[in-house]
Structures are given as C-alpha cells and as structure tokens.
Design a protein around this ligand. Structure first.
Ligand SMILES: [Mg+2]
Length: 244
C-alpha cells in the first residue's frame, strides 16, 4: 500500500490520479429499493419462458448461473445461445426503475465531498449501458463520474466481473495502469474478492441486515457507503462542501 504517495502536488499532475471504481446496482442505491427482487422476478420469468422450464427449475438455474458467473445472462449465453440484447430488452430495460430509484441527497453529498483532483470516479457495472445510464440518471449523480465500464451484451463472449478481463478493461478505459492505483467498492462478494486478489484497494459493501461473510472478501468491509469517508479520508475534501 503506497499511501505515502498521496501528497499535495500543488496542481501539477505528476503522478496520475488514482481511480475509484463504483459498482452501481445495490451499491449506489440500497438493496431495500428492491430492484434486485424486481429483476430476479423478470429473470425467473425469462428462464421459465425461454428455456421452457418449470418454475422451480427456472429459479434454481437462475441462482446457479448467478453464483457461478456473477450474471445470470452469462450462463444463458454460454449454455443456451440466448441473444443477450433480447434478454436485456426483456429484463433490464423492462424494470420499472422510475418507481423505485429516487435521487438520494446523502449520496450526492458523499460524492461531492470526494476530492476529484486526487481521485477519478468511474463506474464499473455488469449491467448493460442502457440500464446503467438509467440508474445513474435517476439518482442524479452523472456529474460526479468521468466514465463507465459496463458489460457489453452486444459482444459475445460476455466480459463481466469477476472475470479478470473485466477489471483490465475498466483500467484501460479509465486510463490507469497500475493495480495499486485502483480503488473499488461493490456489494458482491465474488467481485470484491477478485479485485482484492488483483491488488485493487477494495471495500466490500455489506449492507446492514445482510449477514457478514465468514471470510471477508477484501481488506475493507463497510456497512454503508458513508463509511468510505473514514476508510479513505485521504480522498475527501478536508472542508466538506456545504450543501444548499
Ligand atoms: Mg452490485
């Protein structure tokens, strides 16, 4: 950990800014928004209909693919030649997000308090770009992020977290070369475990009410995004901006 590196550079960008990667779903908004449940329902329906499975088998297979691949669609593409874009239209794009995702003042405040001269904020999601953009727009946090790395459903084989290629893609797109210059927060155990292995400074978001893993996924584990302030104080403005 080269925390010593973090020093005031008086406006000269000699060392490249570190990059803080944020997951989107169940991370920028809480699990209590129940987007996950809505999505799970649509995915179960998709499995049942398109694979002609009895309901219980559809639910089980969905769960199996999610656990094995990090994304249900990964299993569908690998084993059933499903068109990911059609899946996306039927599942992600069909979610009634406007009803459940609202702007969150405390999230906006948190992001505004990060010193972006020290760290670049970048989104890293396994969703397709449509869904990601919708969520970010509904949360009204577009302005804080300089870019997004998403799972491109139009390009098979899919590249998604926790595959190392996805992290490499994110680094390339965000313009950062060294793993030690990357920070990451995600609610997924396997995603955090992998990023930690790769040498990213990782905070696993385990929301209150969610059981803590027996073995932590990563060096840091937080209960709320607000804890990023105390976990990484070096990236926050010393004098928080007053919100109006
Ligand atoms: Mg997530």
């Amino acid at each position: 950990m080269d925390k010593e590196q973090e020093r005031s550079t008086s406006g000269v960008e000699e060392t490249p800014r570190q990059v803080f990667f944020f997951d989107i779903d169940n991370c920028l908004y809480p699990k209590s928004a129940k987007v996950h449940d809505l999505m799970a329902q649509l995915i179960d329906e998709y499995f049942a209909k398109h694979l002609s499975l009895p309901w219980d088998d559809a639910v089980r297979l969905h769960k199996e693919y999610y656990q094995n691949y990090g994304l249900a669609i990964e299993g569908l593409v690998r084993h059933h030649q499903i068109d990911p874009l059609e899946y996306n239209a039927k599942v992600d794009d069909a979610l009634p997000l406007e009803d459940v995702i609202k702007p969150r003042p405390e999230l906006k405040k948190l992001l505004a308090d990060i010193d972006r001269s020290k760290v670049k904020l970048w989104l890293l999601t396994n969703a397709y770009i449509n869904h990601a953009r919708r969520v970010i727009r509904l949360l009204e946090v577009d302005e804080f992020f300089e870019g997004i790395t998403y799972c491109d459903y139009s390009s098979v084989p899919l590249v998604c977290k926790p595959h190392p290629d996805m992290y490499a893609k994110a680094m390339e797109e965000a313009g950062v070369e060294r793993n030690e210059d990357c920070l990451f927060v995600d609610d997924s155990y396997i995603n955090c475990k992998k990023s930690q292995e790769l040498g990213w400074t990782t905070a696993h978001l385990v929301e209150e009410g969610v059981p803590e893993p027996k073995t932590p996924a990563s060096k840091y584990q937080i209960r709320h995004l607000e804890e990023l302030r105390s976990t990484f104080p070096q990236f926050f403005k010393s004098e928080p901006e007053k919100s109006g």
